[in-house]
Unconditional design. Sequence first.
Length: 80
Amino acid sequence: MSIDVLLVDEDRDVLEIVQTFLEQEDDLDVTSEGDPETALELALSGVRRRRQRLQDAASRRAGAVWGTAGPGPVAPLSPL
């Protein structure tokens, strides 16, 4: 699993140098952006995708525990 890195700087030379350095690591997926507003949009869309993946994973785990139809009806407790 790789780590997503969003590198933001208005200086393109800095972006190029730092991105080149970071990309030497196998587990980093580096995206660079010089425009702060665009970088913010990229970050927010990444958060949304990550949240959706977590929700999907939680649903799959719940399906594995309860079956695809959910927990189903619960029998009432009998009186003691």
